[in-house]
Write a protein that binds this ligand. Structure first.
Ligand code: FAD
Length: 457
């Protein structure tokens, strides 16, 4: 078992690993670049508001993770059943899709067309040269094959291309974020019998899990984990970007960080857990990673997120917690008072508007006012909020949000993971850390599992 572990990144994954390590008596230092813990699961205090990085709810199909997180709140984390809609062509559809609702709003002909085009796909032979395996399929190939062309063109192509700003033919189907994906028949079964009956749930099935939300914002979960780590003797260093990881003889590592005063601080250790973006890790290592690994890192990228918050006194704003939006510059809108009224001053409410983008592009660089200009017309037309009802604008930006699974990403990913595995005392975990699409509960689970593994060595 290592004596001293340095965890790079204080998000859900890093904190989960540090929590279990500190609990078992390992000396742990968590190094976090941001001024607060939580990463994507943080709640950021801004001018009396507590802003999440887009709408979050806590849910899990893993009993151990669920129990550990609820215990942090002594069982007092409020239950918040999720309510979601999909807005398309001015129609509000239930989400996960509901058979009766779909037929009522889109017509019986649409249902028949979906079924017929699915039947056509089923009798088609698998893609030539790829065998029956789904592993290398694009979203377009996978979506048409599993849902039928009609349903794919109706929902999947427009939303996927709007979200990723890339053609479905260039994206791996891994962008569909689920451990076990839906198919036409599973969707049909879910539409007719919305029950959870398996351990490995699809995204739509996970939407049906019971969910919770802390009064002071989703970030309260990570804040409580951080407090537990400190109580067990672990140390958490904020505002400390990692600037280097030197590997020395005798399996020792030295992690270098920069202080806000621009001084370099060193943390010697015998094990490193990295949750920082995987494509940035090779560039931090010394001795330097081989060229092939650095080149592989250059081939991986992330989609970024800008969340514009409109401050308003309007309450309620939506009929549900959040709405996916098709055909607009933004992908989703959410109402914060539907999660917790304690994240805004009394009498106020926030509408969160999510724009996906690439780091540094025109959306990323837009001012609050420019983003507002892009969304106020559709919001007004859809009756969500009027310009004069908006009192102020706030913005949250995150760079490494969605691993970009462009077709062919698996090869560079494998190159980096194999190289990191060969180092012996450096391990990666987490959404950005291992380039996987994970929810917070899955990050907790993986962080716990890694701590188990490390303490067994
Ligand atoms: C809009 C949105 C909605 C979501 N909704 C839900 C939901 O409802 N339920 C749910 O369970 N999950 C949800 N998630 C997913 C959840 O937020 C993530 O799975 C989880 O927070 C990822 O944790 P992580 O620790 O793996 O990664 P991160 O949160 O990315 O943590 C990595 C940390 O490393 C730090 N870091 C990076 N570089 C450096 C460096 N050089 N030095 C030091 N530190 C560094 C970062 O600041 C960050 O804190 C959502 C995510 C998004 C974006």
């Amino acid at each position: 078992m290592p004596n001293r572990v340095v965890v790079l990144g204080g998000g859900a994954s890093g904190l989960a690993a540090a929590w279990k390590l500190a609990d078992r008596g390992v000396a742990v230092d968590v190094i976090e670049a941001a001024p607060q813990v939580g990463g994507l699961a943080a709640t950021i205090p801004v001018d009396g508001y507590r802003l999440d990085v887009g709408p979050h709810s806590f849910f899990s199909d893993d009993e151990a993770v669920l129990g550990a997180v609820l215990d942090l709140f002594d069982g007092h984390m409020p239950r918040r059943p999720r309510s979601v809609r999909l807005r398309m062509d001015g129609k509000k559809l239930a989400y996960p899709l509901d058979a009766a609702d779909l037929v009522r709003k889109l017509g019986a002909m649409t249902g028949l067309r979906c079924f017929a085009s699915y039947a056509v796909e089923r009798v088609r032979p698998p893609y030539r040269g790829r065998g029956a395996e789904d592993s290398d399929l694009s979203v377009e190939q996978w979506g048409a094959r599993h849902f039928g062309r009609h349903l794919f063109e109706l929902f999947f192509r427009p939303y996927t291309e709007q979200f990723w700003n890339m053609p479905c033919a260039a994206l791996s189907h891994d962008v569909i974020p689920t451990s076990k994906k839906m198919s036409f028949f599973k969707t049909l079964r879910l539409l007719l019998m919305p029950k959870l009956d398996g351990a490995d749930l699809s995204l739509a099935e996970r939407e049906l899990l019971p969910s919770w939300y802390p009064e002071n914002g989703f970030g309260a979960i990570c804040e409580r984990i951080a407090a537990t780590i400190r109580q067990s003797g672990g140390r958490i260093h904020l505002n400390r970007p990692v600037v280097g990881i030197a590997r020395r003889r005798g399996a020792e590592c030295v992690v270098r960080t920069r202080t806000p005063e621009d001084e370099v601080m060193e943390f010697p250790c015998d094990f490193v857990v990295s949750t920082i973006p995987l494509n940035e890790l090779p560039g931090l290592l010394s001795p330097a990673a081989p060229n092939g690994v650095t080149e592989a890192a250059n081939r991986l990228d992330f989609l970024s997120l800008v969340v514009l918050y409109l401050v308003t006194n309007k309450d309620p704003i939506l009929e549900c917690q959040y709405e996916y939006s098709l055909g607009n510059a933004y992908n989703r809108i959410s109402e914060t008072n539907k999660f917790s009224p304690f994240t805004s001053p009394e009498g106020e409410n926030l509408l969160g508007i999510e724009f996906s983008c690439r780091y540094g592009d025109s959306v990323w660089q837009s001012t609050e006012e420019q983003l507002f200009e892009q969304c106020i017309d559709p919001l007004r037309k859809e009756g969500v909020v009027m310009g004069h009802e908006v009192r102020d604008l706030l913005v949250v930006k995150a760079r490494h949000v969605y691993p970009l699974f462009a077709l062919g990403y698996r090869e560079p990913l494998r190159t980096i993971l194999d190289y990191v595995a060969s180092l012996g005392n450096v391990r990666v975990v987490g959404r950005a850390g291992s380039f996987e699409y994970l929810d917070a509960d899955q990050c907790f689970k993986k962080g716990f599992a890694l701590a188990d593994e490390i303490t067994r060595t």
